[in-house]
Design a protein around this ligand. Structure first.
Ligand code: GLN
Length: 575
């Protein structure tokens, strides 16, 4: 019987519900269980694809092409599993499904109502996601007391009745503030969150208390009495330096043992935290620190925390660093500063590596191209991600192939050398569709050429083997198989996730190759057209770019091969 763990947050948002949910999942995995996680987002948007990244954080892309809330990314980074888009449930999706069914006549004769139809659809989605798993974590987005998550709490209560309380546990995550004028930790907001949750008929089985410091006995007692729960079910989760410490901290409170006991199962395996601890230790006390510049467009951000709109790149660098015992200091440089004042490019001399991340539109593009040129000429390790590949091709076309006017048609539609352009099949999609859903999204296979830098990295890190297993899995699903394209059995094939509209223009590939640019990986569509996936400059040390976003497949303990290679190259360069 699948067991469910519902995680809801009280008091306020931003207390780390996602990382705590992921940490609980990691703990259960260490206890030998097969775990997955669901994120409920109570907004009306169908998915996160059309949300503004600078407001909402980066859009996460799944293998099956979902544009999802970042929390699914957090789960993948902790759990080292691929989570499908259906594990992100939004209010918009639930209502759309119910209304579509109604239009198809599936409820013929019935009045379609909030109860039971909406909770029933929510439960159906949750149960489906739980198939073949021992544990399902369900994180309820928003804060208890929001109007928006009431339907979901109602559905979860109803799920509890369907499957029995012995199979479902509620965890409330709260925050205990310490107002600076009194320097005392306050439990009142937590008490009120408990009361608000009880209005939906839910009494928490565990309360995880986020705070600056660990809870003292007095505060724990207060919460126990108020919530009427077992004394050792009040768990302290103080602030930490890296989120990857959280599973270790929660295990100090024996959360894993307590959870499996509460749900009436036995630990399947003695947890072994040795490797995880080592990686955390590398993050906290690396033997050496490298400096990386991420050259992007950072406009209209206001007070927003910039790093959040590139959280996956940030994390991918941390994962690679943890594996190599290297700390990565990241600096976000606005590409606009490299636009007019060429001297400012010398600033890049202070870095051990340069990344141009994904991006859209014309803003800051010339600055990015100048930065790539600087990296290429000075042989500073360079990693281009999606737009970073496209602009590296533009740079090479202009400065090595003498196509002075070369550009991407995303920025200049009239260029005489459209080295990056929309390809016919994608143009069809663009012409037919509205704005949403016009991108090439999700995992696509790249066939890697022999003797290339990129192939070596995928071999050395074990990802080549891992991906061939994953491809076999995906091939069982027809729609996924189509996405993978033509897979030549004898070839070395890897999977990475994509989110883009433009491609390297096949008409220029021969010329670029003749001048020394190596196209080290390609994708082959069923109509036999090839799309270029990766480029490298073998003589440049590390100069590698990919059309995909390998940062979406980076996990602690299983870093992205490309980021691993890049961070290692940065360290070598520093020496
Ligand atoms: N704007 C480019 C495209 O749509 C790159 C997108 C990206 O970097 N994710 O192809």
């Amino acid at each position: 019987m699948t067991k469910y763990i519902v995680v809801a947050g009280g008091v306020m948002s931003g207390v780390g519900k996602g990382v705590t949910t992921a940490s609980i999942g990691k703990i259960l995995q260490e206890h030998g269980y097969k775990v997955t996680a669901i994120k409920i987002d109570p907004y009306i948007n169908y998915d996160a694809g059309t949300l503004r990244p600078t407001e909402h954080g980066e859009v996460w892309v799944t293998d099956d092409g979902g544009e999802i809330d970042q929390d699914l990314g957090t789960y993948e980074r902790f759990l080292n599993i691929d989570i499908p888009k259906s594990n992100n449930i939004t209010t918009g999706q639930i209502y759309k499904t119910v209304i579509d069914k109604e239009r198809r006549g599936e409820y013929l004769g019935q009045t379609v109502q909030f109860i039971p139809h909406i909770p029933d659809e929510i439960k159906r989605r949750i149960k489906e996601a739980g198939n073949n798993y021992d544990f399902v974590l369900i994180e309820v987005g928003g804060t208890i007391g929001d109007y928006e998550n009431i339907p979901f709490l109602f559905a979860l209560k109803s799920l509890e009745r369907d499957i029995g309380k012995q199979n479902l546990v509620y965890i409330l995550i709260t925050y205990l503030p310490i107002p600076s004028h009194i320097e005392e930790m306050k439990t009142k907001p937590t008490q009120q969150a408990i009361r608000l949750l009880s209005e939906s008929g839910i009494l928490p089985d565990f309360i995880i208390c986020r705070a600056k410091k660990p809870l003292d006995v007095i505060r724990k007692k207060k919460i126990e009495t108020y919530a009427n729960i077992m004394s050792d079910h009040v768990i302290s989760e103080p602030d930490i330096e890296t989120v990857y410490q959280i599973p270790l901290d929660l295990e100090k409170e024996k959360l894993g043992d307590k959870l499996v006991k509460e749900l009436g199962v036995k630990t399947k395996k003695q947890p072994n935290w040795q490797e995880w601890k080592m990686l955390v230790d590398h993050i906290l006390n690396p033997k050496k620190i490298i400096k990386v510049a991420i050259v992007g467009k950072y406009i209209d951000i206001g007070d927003y925390n910039l790093a959040d709109s590139y959280i996956s790149i940030n994390q991918a660098l941390i994962h690679a660093g943890a594996q190599l015992n290297l700390g990565v200091e990241i600096n976000w440089l606005d590409s606009k500063m490299f636009e007019n004042d060429k001297k400012s490019l010398h600033e890049l001399k202070n870095y051990d590596g340069i990344i141009v991340p994904g991006g859209f539109g014309a803003s800051g593009v010339e600055g990015k191209i100048n930065a790539i040129n600087y990296a290429r000429i000075n042989k500073i390790p360079y990693l281009g991600l999606c737009y970073g590949l496209q602009l590296a091709v533009v740079e090479f076309a202009r400065n090595v192939c003498s196509l002075k006017d070369a550009h991407t048609t995303e920025v200049n539609q009239k260029t005489s050398a459209p080295v990056i352009d929309v390809q016919p099949p994608q143009r069809e999609v663009l012409e037919k569709s509205m704005y949403g859903g016009t991108m090439r999204l999700g995992a696509y296979a790249a066939i890697l050429k022999e003797k290339t830098h990129i192939l070596k990295l995928y071999e050395e890190t074990g990802r080549l083997e891992e991906d061939s297993k994953r491809i076999n899995e995906l091939m069982r699903d027809k729609s996924q198989a189509f996405r993978l394209g033509i897979l030549d059995k004898g070839k070395k094939i890897v999977l990475e996730r994509h989110r883009h509209r433009y491609e390297v223009n096949p008409k220029f590939v021969d010329l670029l190759e003749k001048k020394g640019l190596v196209f080290s990986g390609y994708y082959e569509r069923f109509d036999k057209t090839k799309l270029m996936e990766c480029i490298e400059l073998p003589k440049n040390g590390f100069f590698l770019s990919t059309q995909s976003h390998p940062e979406f497949k980076s996990r602690l303990g299983n870093p992205s091969p490309i980021f691993y290679g890049f961070v290692r190259a940065c360290s070598k360069y520093k020496n």
